[in-house]
Design a protein around this ligand. Structure first.
Ligand code: NI
Ligand code: MN
Length: 233
């Protein structure tokens, strides 16, 4: 599909770097240095303008504090997660909650529901991290991308289709901690995105779902299997 100047790079697991047509760099779920799926050449983050955090599990915000301190991006997340990040020294958080939309640089970000837990591991404690969420990103060229975060399938994905009509959906398929391919196929039917990019599989042995399993279960949705480090444009 034509994504009109947007560049999407998968860094493995749930982490994506998206470059907007205006040249802004967005980092979704900043788990880079510690991410075993992230290619070595991508482990040094050169620049970030906007960081979007779906929830406080380590495999989503594992490198958020370090990257944010170095590059001082605007950091979007649910208020409890943003408050925790601020406590750790992160500046420029832009907290929001589900249902809300805010403009950040040249994108509009809507926080949407996800069905998942959200404790933050902090030393030997697990602290309350608000709720897990997903994001719909609207670009200035009209393209819309939905990043589901970690979630099972839920019926209100139909609302995400009805209201936001994402062109591209990034959805977890690994099973065990999130949707399996079976649930992801159901999600494809609810979301009706033209293109689906599977994520959150293969990183750990228990994440057994694979893009081919999903491909066998869906019709009418293009399943784009990316390799870590690969860029879609
Ligand atoms: Ni999680
Ligand atoms: Mn996860």
């Amino acid at each position: 599909m034509d994504i009109k100047g947007i560049r999407i790079t998968w860094l493995g697991h749930a982490t994506f770097r998206i470059e907007t047509p205006g040249g802004k760099i967005i980092l979704l779920d900043p788990w880079v240095m510690g991410n075993p799926m992230c290619p070595d050449k991508e482990k040094t983050v050169k620049h970030v303008d906007v960081m979007l955090c779906t929830h406080g599990h380590f495999d989503h915000i594992g490198d958020a504090v370090e990257i944010a301190k170095k590059h001082t991006p605007k950091v979007v997340g649910i208020p409890e997660l943003c408050a925790w990040l601020e406590k750790k020294g992160v500046k420029n958080t832009a907290a929001m909650n589900k249902g809300g939309t805010q403009a950040v640089d040249d994108i509009k970000v809507t926080m949407v529901h996800a069905d998942h837990s959200c404790g933050i591991s902090d030393g030997d404690q697990i602290v309350y991290g608000g709720e897990a969420c997903g994001f719909v990103i609207e670009f200035a060229n009209g393209v819309k991308i939905y990043h589901a975060g970690d979630t099972n399938v839920f019926g209100d994905m139909k609302i995400i289709h009805d209201l936001y009509k994402p062109d591209i959906a990034m959805i977890p398929i690994g099973d065990h901690y999130t949707m399996s391919p079976r649930e992801a196929a159901y999600a494809c039917n609810l979301l009706k995105a033209k293109t689906v990019i599977p994520m959150h599989f293969g990183t750990f042995p228990v994440l057994i779902g694979r893009p081919n399993d999903l491909k066998k279960l869906v019709t009418g949705t293009e399943i784009v299997e990316m390799k870590p480090g690969e860029t879609l444009q």
